[in-house]
Ligand binder design. Sequence first.
Ligand code: MG
Length: 438
Amino acid sequence: MAIDLAEFANVKNVKYFMISYTDLFGGQRAKLVPAQAIGAMQHEGAGFAGFSTYLDLTPAHPDMLAVPDTSAVIQLPWKRDVAWVPGNLMMDGKTVDQAPRNVLNRLIKTAASEGMHVKTGIEAEFFLLTPEGDKISDEYDTATKPCYDQQAIMRRYDVIAEICDYMLELGWGPYQNDHEDANGQFEMNWEFDDVLATADKHSFFKFMTKSVAEKHGLKATFMPKPIEGLTGNGCHAHISVWDAPGDKSKTNVFADSQKDLGLSDKGLNFLGGIMKHASAMAAITNPTVNSYKRINAPRTMSGATWAPNTVTWSGNNRTHMVRVPGPGRFELRLPDGAANPYLLQAVILAAGLDGVRTNADPGKRYDIDMYAEGHKVRGGPKLPLNMLDAIREFDKNKGLKKALGDEFSNAYVKLKMKEWNSFSSHFSVWEKENTIDI
Ligand SMILES: [Mg+2]
């Protein structure tokens, strides 16, 4: 529902609007626009030089405009003078097709035209570090098995409760917070929603968590593996498909009480699409060099990585890439904290819709402990071992690239290859230590 931003400013005493967009690498970019100037900007958009961010544009391109999606505006609970509003990118009167929020919007329309309305909930894990980002901020948080540590979460009560209070105020329906499996790691859960709403909330959650942590003299990070030897930051996604969007949805089309695990044929086909495209999806769900220190990781100090290395699925068993924790939904455990909030949802839609269209079979269900018995799995493909393998898997997956759009897919592969080349030309301490005496 469109909102008049000038009126919103009047009613809420907002002085500035932060018109924000997310680039291909997940960076959130914004302009602060005084409320007096928002009237025209609401319709025309705020101007940016697209080349300056990761969108595969050149300095010769005309101005790029972020046109606010006013229905998604949020007054910052920790700085009420300011309101954040995500924008859709336009250029020369046309949609910038490679922009993540536009990619997602296009896939939502396609899904709706096929009678599917995807809803997801995400679990965006994060660490609270010292401001320099090199150490866990709580020097007493040293347990070998720190998951659900009661003392440790209370030592960070001021930060966690402040964020949770804001989510309550925003009406997101937060329902639990905990200390996670790594020292210094936390997770906060709120209700699932339509994929665009979840992507906007995911973006805002990262912004809010980093901002509140900074206020308390800390640094929050969603980096997939910020500390060697400890469990990494996942961003698990719980997926279901409904008959209608938002409050209109009545029937979960993934639910079927007659079926094994309560997952309908459509749910299994959607899952089949995810299984079929998983290795290529990794380029988006696990988009950084560091992501591959989380998946494929050796056991951590706590005893498990909580991250998959093989494309397998199961019932309520956390050692697999996909788990069906209850009827009518499944949990994709592949994504990590670096996943772009919009592209994460977009690639779930792209893979899942293909699965439904092609009646994809998710393959054999494994009910084994993958950490102990993973070697027994026959035919379950291994996930990419590094970012380069993932980009190559993505680049050769013509169907997934087409579903996400050629403009996006070409731009993404190009920029990610550039990033990989920058990484591999970087001279590391490891190679010197291991090569100097050869
Ligand atoms: Mg978790």
